[in-house]
Design a protein around this ligand. Structure first.
Ligand code: GLU
Length: 440
């Protein structure tokens, strides 16, 4: 049974980078008919906020990334305490007392001597009397004693990975205030919840070595790990500072279609081409983790627009019926309005522009050299409503009266009626026009 999880910390809104992680884990479970767990990593009591947890769920719901089960680390503190007891008993967890300033001093000394700044395990050498003295001064906290050997795994994206944990400091798993840190909670959860596959960002590779050791120490078998590359901006620049503007809710508010986001994220950084896919089943069917590369992946939010456009243009009328009715488009015109407007929008919000234009008329754009021609043409235009052949009949008349033809005939008329040089086929647009320039 395949079990995956998406484990965001509810300390902010989801962004495109998180989406990549969520989607990959979702797709692995979906493809295998397995279970996808949403796990909220909320042991940081100060930074975790219920409103972020709600926002994360709303974003996943919007995308259709439904989870089979929800877990919260804050509800599992007793379990972590129990697991910590086991690790103390087996000598894997040891108490330390250094202050941040003391640690910083040690680091500097090591660096000065040209040694890697790895924690020196001074805590391990303390006897009970020394610990008792220190405890009287300050709270102790707890580090995990790493096996100082290579930790290896077959990574689903990076291939074979080998990390020498002798170059890694024994991680702090429990803070002086008792807060259990992510590295530990996550390891316990992955074992307890029977997680079979973990896909996450390449920034977690070192954590993985540590977590594999923690999982073994608590008697569990580590899942299969895969680390996807981190996203960069279009120029290869780091994205971390810009991720705020790349939150899923902002992109959604700007009219990005979820199919566009999902399609792009399911393929970006893989050897498969990016193409619009309309359902998660379709995306899952073509999803192959082994096609993803280790190199940083360039992400350009602009790429979402052509996909959004393509998706919106492919929507059947039934999918937008309510939205169009809400704009106030009369039922009799709604289907034609969609047929005409859908081919001239990127986001669905732009429908509003087209309906206002049909309902209220545009502000005409008239070049000085066309002023006389347009005035003459408008005088030949009957009042709305117009039938299917209104454009043909009108332009015929204008042509006969003015002698203009081709672009010099059609473009000034389009500009006069719509205020813009491109847009819907005028013959199809005319029957939607409720108002034209110069009429009450
Ligand atoms: N809460 C962690 C994060 O958001 C989860 C990482 C993981 O998947 O283990 O980075």
């Amino acid at each position: 049974m395949t079990v995956t999880r998406f484990a965001p910390s509810p300390t902010g809104y989801l962004h495109v980078g998180n989406l990549r992680t969520a989607l990959m884990n979702f797709l692995i479970a979906r493809k295998a008919g397995g279970t996808f767990i949403l796990r909220l990593d909320d042991t940081d009591r100060e930074r975790s906020k219920p409103e972020y947890a709600d926002a994360i769920k709303a974003d996943l719901d919007w995308l259709g990334l439904h989870w089979d089960r929800e877990e919260r680390q804050s509800a599992r503190l007793d379990r972590y305490a129990e697991a910590a007891e086991g690790l103390r008993a087996s000598g894997h967890l040891y108490e330390v007392f250094e202050t941040p300033a003391e640690l910083e001093l040690k680091r500097k000394k090591q660096l000065n001597m040209g040694r890697p700044p790895v924690y020196d395990r001074a805590g391990l050498a303390l006897d009970e009397a020394q610990k008792a003295r220190l405890r009287a001064e300050r709270e102790g906290y707890w580090r995990f004693r790493l096996d100082q050997e290579r930790t290896e795994w077959q990574d689903g994206i990076l291939g074979p990975v080998s990390i020498d944990t002798a170059s890694v400091s024994d991680p702090v798993l429990i803070r002086a205030d008792g807060q259990v840190l992510y590295t530990f909670a996550s390891s316990v959860d992955d074992i307890d919840m029977g997680i079979t596959h973990v896909v996450r960002g390449a920034d977690h590779v070192t954590n993985t070595a540590t977590q594999i050791q923690i999982m073994r120490a608590i008697g569990g078998a580590p899942p299969a790990f895969a680390h996807h590359s981190l996203l960069t901006g279009p120029q290869g620049e780091g994205l971390s500072k810009r991720l705020g503007t790349l939150s899923l809710r902002d992109l959604r508010a700007r009219g990005v279609a979820k199919e566009a986001l999902l399609s792009l994220m399911a393929r970006l950084g893989s050897s498969q081409p990016v193409e619009l896919m309309m359902s998660l089943d379709e995306i899952a069917a073509g999803f192959d983790l082994s096609q993803f590369g280790a190199a940083p992946t360039r992400f350009d939010a602009e790429d979402l627009w052509p996909l959004t456009r393509q998706r919106n243009q492919a929507l059947p009328f039934a999918a937008v019926r309510e939205r169009i009715a809400a704009l106030g488009v009369p039922d009799a015109l709604a289907e034609r309005f969609w047929a005409v407007a859908s081919q001239n929008i990127t986001t669905l919000d732009e429908l509003d522009h087209w309906w206002r234009l049909c309902r209220d008329g545009a502000t005409p754009v008239i070049a000085p050299e066309d002023a006389e021609f347009v005035a003459q043409a408008l005088a030949l235009l009957p009042d709305p409503p117009y039938g299917d052949d209104a454009w043909a009949a009108w332009t015929q008349k204008v042509k006969a009266a003015t002698g203009r033809k081709g672009r010099s005939l059609f473009m000034p008329l389009r500009l006069a009626l719509t205020g813009q040089p491109q847009g819907p086929d005028m013959a199809e647009l005319m029957p939607l026009l409720q108002k034209v320039p110069g009429r009450g």
